[in-house]
Design a protein around this ligand. Structure first.
Ligand code: 0A1
Ligand code: ZN
Length: 874
């Protein structure tokens, strides 16, 4: 493997040729699939330089023949990354015949086998593993796809668009022909062949067109398909109502596959899903899994407009489709469930994982300037921070104007491949706002820090709020410019009620959004009889770190009284962070641990108010170890674990009776349903169960055991299993783990949870379990879900064990990365990320982490792993 090269945005050039029409003929065989492709080419008027050659991408293809306009063609060179054809006429039909081997494809890009079925994954650059092509998103072509295969083994053959022909062939084979009327980039191509069965439904669009909905699964999973179809119909309707977007083909198909690198893929008219993101029934899937299915189904559906009808010019624009589509799926979920809880959960992910990414060696702007391997850029920054930027735009413009900007964008660029600038220009045009400073959000990496100062002047009855912003340096970007930061705020009186806001004589109601543009800026609020308490960054109106010192009493007031649900939760998190910080310091100084009374009184207040059980379940969660770690310049991983654990156990003991009462009250004893009341009840009840079991009392273990045995749904069963299996005494969970394995060994998705539960045990034996489980018959390094369930869960969700002082956790990860680098580079490059977060670790661990990275670096590496590891060692 040669030294991989870097691709730069500044080098972008339009392609030398365009492709109007593609005719593919794919003859499916496990070891030697034959692909004939006919490309209807013409020179691109945007590239007038005479005689430009055509450079087609191709990877791991065996070339059999090339013809141009029906005659053999020899004026070409094979290169490392494809083929260069010289002296082509201005218009030509280029026919290539290649052979590929799906059975050997463990990278799961291009055409591969999953569970005995043929399937494809072409984003970002998988199509070049199927045939020679201009595999770039700014080349949009109409596809006609003929597939032939053994009729008995592969009775179902699918591709994009409409089925136009099918028939029998000799030798027990058959064929189908699909045609997609919408020009599309190759990354949206898909093909499936297998013994699949469909759950079918129908949707009538706003304008009265009937769309056939088909979910294709293995026969034994038919009963797990209904929820995805219901979710799809909700999403279709929501996009019509909220964004005025209708579906455009007569059929929408989804296929579930077991081996998939990501969550799902929005291929035109033929989505391919990781089975974990589409299959769900109450017996085997948790409420969280149901929610994931709903939101991923919606996400892929929304891509039909934000991504497919209007696509990206190049991969540097990835967040154009992903940021916007994540924002849309978050809006959808907020409309289906509790908006505040949805926001809390999205922000929790952003502030732990994305902020950590933005502070580490792989930090990059939402619109990057360069990359080695684009697959490494499907990141939380592109997706989640990208969505935050779109959310800020919507906040700055107001929804009706934002919606007009969205309409303009879809209308103006329908059928085109465009840039992030094009999107923001539509928003600027409809609003009349100058968004040039706002564009820095796309160009600057790193999480901005916002420092708050406040000053009340009793004589003038004014309150001055001063905000200072600063973005830390990130790799390749040492100096940062001030950003335009929308800060939504209210001012609370001593009872926590919103005060009227008056700025420069203008009455602004109870809540407003101020626009911070300078490095430091002040606002003077008038006519205030006493010092107010600002409730800042309501709804987390910008993805920033807020340095806003408040007293415990002020935090407690916000926790119970703030009219903004997000800020109530945020105040509680801050109270908990303060209390845990005090414990960390006591631990570091060798003192006895003492939990600060403010957190105890906060819990006492919370446990008396059951108005909103879903919200209460969130409010009762202590910040994760990962989020606690985010607060420190030098992370003391052991002290964090001990402090948080101590706080959890103290609260559990102190409020045992209250948790038990709440548990009993919300243990509905009714058959499972997906009704919001039941969802909330399960969530709260299981939060209480975790606290009860944290006391390690016999009574609590008995309760968990009973729940484990009697549960009629996976949410309750898994919550009980986790409580038992995470007890300090490993014997507590043994019987339940065995029973669970017996019951579910045939269900790969449930077994993923069984693996994760064991390796996330926060005790010394977790790593031994991991080593044992790697040899379990249900585990496979070739299946990404299994790798994530075992290795991913251990490294990301069990920080104190992954960061064991002896370095054995790091070594286990490095071993797995080295093995996976050969099998599946994309997954290897993701798995290695926890090892790259060494910056803020103590010197001992930092050295060990770097040594393991170096051990990886000393191997012959895929570009994927090379890029991540070399950045982490730079
Ligand atoms: N576009 C899909 C996610 C996806 C991205 C890359 C893939 O392979 C490298 C596969 C899927 C989405 O946003 O859902
Ligand atoms: Zn997406």
């Amino acid at each position: 493997m040669s030294q991989p090269s870097t691709i730069h945005l500044k080098d972008y050039l339009p392609p030398a040729f365009l492709i109007d029409q593609v005719e593919l003929d794919v003859d499916l065989h496990l070891e030697n699939t034959r692909v004939v492709s006919r490309l209807h080419l013409r020179r691109n008027p945007q590239r007038p330089e005479p005689g430009l050659p055509l450079e087609l991408h191709g990877q791991e293809l065996t070339l059999h023949s090339i013809q141009v306009n029906g005659a053999p063609f020899s004026d070409y060179q094979l290169t490392e990354s494809g083929i260069t054809l010289h002296h082509l006429p201005d218009q030509a039909v280029l026919e290539t015949q290649v052979e590929i081997s799906p059975a050997q494809n463990t990278a799961l890009e291009g055409l591969y086998i999953s569970g005995g079925h043929f399937c494809t994954q072409c984003e970002a650059e998988g199509f070049r593993r199927i045939t020679y092509y201009l595999d770039r998103p700014d080349v949009l072509a109409r596809f006609r796809t003929r597939i032939s295969a053994d009729a008995a083994r592969y009775p179902v053959l699918l591709s994009n668009g409409n089925l136009i022909e099918q028939g029998q062939l000799e030798g027990g084979r058959h064929f189908v022909c699909w045609e997609d009327p919408f020009p599309k980039p190759a990354y949206l191509f898909a093909l499936v062949g297998g013994q699949l069965h469909a759950v079918k439904d129908q949707f009538t669009t706003l304008s009265g067109r009937k769309v056939a909905l088909e979910l294709w699964v293995e026969e034994e999973n038919l009963h797990k398909g209904q929820h995805a179809l219901t979710s799809l119909k909700k999403a279709m309707q929501w996009d019509e109502t909220v964004y005025g977007r209708e579906y455009d083909l007569d059929i929408y198909m989804i296929v579930a596959v077991n081996d998939f690198n990501m969550g799902a893929m929005e291929n035109k008219g033929l989505n391919i899903f990781n089975s974990a993101c589409v299959l769900a029934d109450p017996k085997s899937a948790t409420d969280r899994a149901f929610h994931r299915v709903e939101s991923v189904v919606a996400h892929e559906y929304f891509h039909n407009w934000s991504g497919n009808r209007v696509t990206c010019r190049d991969w540097f624009q990835l967040s154009l489709k992903e940021g916007f589509t994540v924002f849309r799926d978050q809006q959808f979920s907020a409309d289906q469930h509790s908006a505040a809880v949805e926001r809390i959960q999205n922000v929790a992910l952003l502030r732990t994982a994305q902020f950590a990414e933005d502070a580490g060696p792989t930090a990059h702007p939402v619109r990057p300037e360069s990359y080695i391997e684009i697959n490494n850029f499907y990141t939380l920054t592109i997706y989640e921070k990208g969505a935050e930027i779109v959310r800020m735009l919507a906040e700055l413009l107001g929804w009706p104007t934002f919606r007009r900007g969205s309409d303009l964008y879809f209308e103006r660029f329908d059928g085109q491949a465009v840039t992030i600038e094009d999107f923001v220009a539509c928003m600027a045009e409809v609003s009349g706002q100058d968004l040039s400073q706002f564009m820095r959000w796309y160009h600057q990496a790193g999480t901005p820090q916002l420092r708050v100062e406040r000053h009340y002047d009793p004589a003038a009855r004014t309150f001055t709020l001063t905000l200072h912003q600063q973005t830390p340096p990130t790799p390749g970007q040492s100096d940062k410019q001030p950003l335009l930061i929308p800060v939504k705020l209210g001012l609370l009186d001593a009872q926590g009620q919103d005060l009227p806001l008056i700025l420069k004589g203008e009455a602004l109601g109870d809540e407003t959004v101020i626009h911070l543009r300078e490095a430091s800026q002040s606002w003077v609020f008038e006519q205030l009889d006493a010092a107010p308490l600002p409730s800042l960054l309501r709804g987390f109106s910008a993805p920033v770190k807020l340095d806003y010192p408040r007293t415990d009493a002020e935090l407690a007031l916000q926790l119970t009284q703030d009219s903004d649900g997000f800020n109530r939760w945020e105040a509680g998190q801050k109270l908990a962070l303060n209390a845990i910080d005090a414990l960390i310091q006591q631990q570091q100084q060798g003192q006895d641990l003492q939990l600060h009374p403010s957190l105890v009184s906060a819990f006492a207040a919370l446990l008396q108010d059951h108005q909103d059980p879903m919200m209460l379940a969130e409010l009762l969660q202590l910040p994760s170890e990962a989020y606690i770690a985010e607060q420190y310049a030098c992370v003391d991983i052991d002290a964090i674990h001990i402090a948080r654990d101590y706080a959890r156990k103290m609260l559990a003991t102190r409020f045992y009776d209250a948790f038990l009462a709440l548990y009993q009250r919300f243990d509905l004893q009714a058959p499972w349903s997906a009704e919001p009341e039941q969802l909330a009840a399960r969530q709260l009840k299981n939060t209480c169960l975790a606290y009860l079991v944290a006391t390690e009392s016999e009574a609590a273990f008995t309760l968990a055991q009973q729940q484990f045995e009697q549960a009629d749904n996976m949410t309750d069963q898994l919550a009980a299993l986790t409580a038992l299996a995470h007890a300090e005494d490993p014997a507590q969970g043994q019987a339940a783990l065995r029973a669970f394995e017996q019951r579910w060994q045939q269900d790969a998705l449930v077994m993923d949870s069984w693996f994760s539960v064991q390796v996330t045990r926060p005790y010394a034996d977790a790593l031994d379990r991991l080593h044992q489980l790697k040899t379990h018959p249900a585990f496979s390094m070739k299946n990404p879900n299994k790798v994530r369930a075992l290795l991913g869960a251990f490294c990301q969700q069990n920080p104190s064990r992954f960061h064991r002082r002896d370095g054995a956790g790091y070594a286990a990860l490095a071993d797995a990365v080295i093995e996976l680098n050969q099998l599946n580079p994309q997954i290897a490059a993701r798995l290695v990320l926890p090892l790259t977060r060494h910056q803020r670790m103590d010197d001992h661990r930092k050295a060990q982490m770097k040594a393991e990275l170096q051990r990886i670096q000393d191997q012959p590496l895929s570009p994927d792993v090379y890029e991540v590891v070399s950045k982490a060692l730079a």
